[in-house]
Design a protein. Structure first.
Length: 399
């Protein structure tokens, strides 16, 4: 049997692959071939994806001997790195999440909003000074989350640019060679180790300094390896995905400019609009892989132990059984229980930060550049290729 290669190609950066709707209708548990050549099962229905992400029998033990490799370079990259700390599953994960999660509450992240807004204003000053057309991705969407995560971790401003390359290598499927990934991982590990030692000697008002106190405390609730892994995970989760989402958010809202005009007329819609673009995103990347530790029934099929499943959050977010008018964008949709941040015990720890950044970025753009518009046709926006995450390479805008 010839298996479909996954991820599926898209008609354009803002359009979903037609396979999502087809599979939800006729084959919601579908065998697919991954970039590594290994076989996995793809889930595309909302109920199935939510079930799997909430079931502890579906684990993140993707280094198991019979687990499907997502990429050829599984020992590097974001999925391989996830196995190196106690964040993976069980009690170790719960302990880590309790320790780190307290720093990412909605209240704490909301307190960062003025600093994020000031960073956004500074970036837009430079973009507008350069003139139109401008690439919103390189001028605004990409650097803003880097600045935010560096501020959170106490990273010096002069080191910001290095983080983008390190983040890309950790999310590579086909863009970088194994040698490039290994070298970048060594550089990143050495940098973070040195940064931790600097903060240990001279603590500051930042997350790394706080976590060092937890690591060095008498009960040693966080190991040095976990501390480095946490910094690495925050870089990926706190930068790349949000940077891509800012670019896609603006592109989606400007692709039909009546959406942008509606937000200008009613700024109170910014919050639900952010939730809707997260749900409507047709270009989120690979999805969430899980490894099955024992036989479980999903979508009416019994899956044997040792199965690797890929949860397509974006396909699930387009499921008509969960969202009325799922293939249309409704800026007033509420409630909006989308799965963009996952579900269950491994839901995105930084979702409050991501929401704060997206809402703040959109508010500043609407206020500063109300005449913003795409400088290219929506169907001509180039996708980012070769990475676990999706995204748009360039979003050319004018005003």
């Amino acid at each position: 049997m010839e298996l479909s290669p996954y991820p599926f190609p898209q008609p354009s950066a803002l359009e979903p692959p037609p396979e999502w709707a087809e599979l939800r209708g006729r084959c919601p548990v579908a065998p697919v071939r991954l970039a590594s050549g290994d076989q996995a099962l793809l889930l595309t229905r909302y109920a199935d994806v939510k079930q799997v992400l909430s079931d502890p029998r579906f684990t993140r033990q993707l280094d198991a001997g019979d687990a499907a490799r997502v990429t050829e370079n599984e020992s590097g990259g974001v999925f391989g790195a996830a196995q190196t700390s106690a964040r993976n599953s069980g009690e170790g994960h719960l302990r880590w999440r309790r320790l780190v999660g307290g720093y990412f509450t909605a209240k704490r992240m909301a307190a960062m909003r003025p600093r994020i807004a000031a960073m956004a204003e500074q970036l837009l000053d430079a973009m507008q000074a350069q003139g139109a057309p401008a690439d919103l991705v390189s001028s605004f969407a990409f650097p803003l989350p880097v600045w935010v995560i560096c501020d959170l971790l106490g990273i010096p401003d002069g080191d910001r640019d290095r983080f983008g390359y390190w983040s890309d290598t950790m999310l590579s499927m086909t863009r970088y060679t194994q040698a490039e990934i290994d070298a970048a991982q060594r550089e990143f590990g050495q940098y973070i180790w040195a940064h931790i030692e600097r903060k240990r000697a001279q603590p500051g008002q930042d997350l790394i300094s706080d976590l060092i106190g937890v690591t060095d405390g008498e009960d040693a609730r966080l190991t040095q390896v976990e501390l480095i892994g946490t910094a690495q995970g925050l870089l990926v989760a706190g930068h790349e995905t949000t940077a891509n989402m800012i670019g896609k958010m603006v592109a989606m809202l400007l692709a039909d400019r009546t959406r942008w005009e509606r937000l200008l007329a009613d700024p109170a819609l910014v919050r639900p609009a952010v939730e809707e673009v997260l749900r409507f995103d047709a270009n989120p990347g690979f999805g969430m892989p899980r490894y099955l530790s024992e036989a479980v029934t999903v979508g009416g099929e019994e899956l044997p132990a040792g199965t690797t499943v890929i949860n397509s959050l974006a396909a699930a977010n387009r499921d008509e059984s969960a969202f009325a008018g799922a293939d249309g964008m409704d800026l007033t949709r509420t409630p909006n229980p989308h799965l963009a941040f996952g579900a269950g015990p491994h839901s995105c720890l930084g979702q409050a930060l991501a929401r704060t950044e997206l809402q703040t970025a959109l508010t500043v753009l609407l206020t500063r550049i109300p005449t913003l518009d795409l400088a290219v046709r929506p169907q001509d926006l180039p996708r980012r290729e070769g990475l676990i995450v999706g995204g748009i390479e360039r979003v050319l805008v004018r005003w």
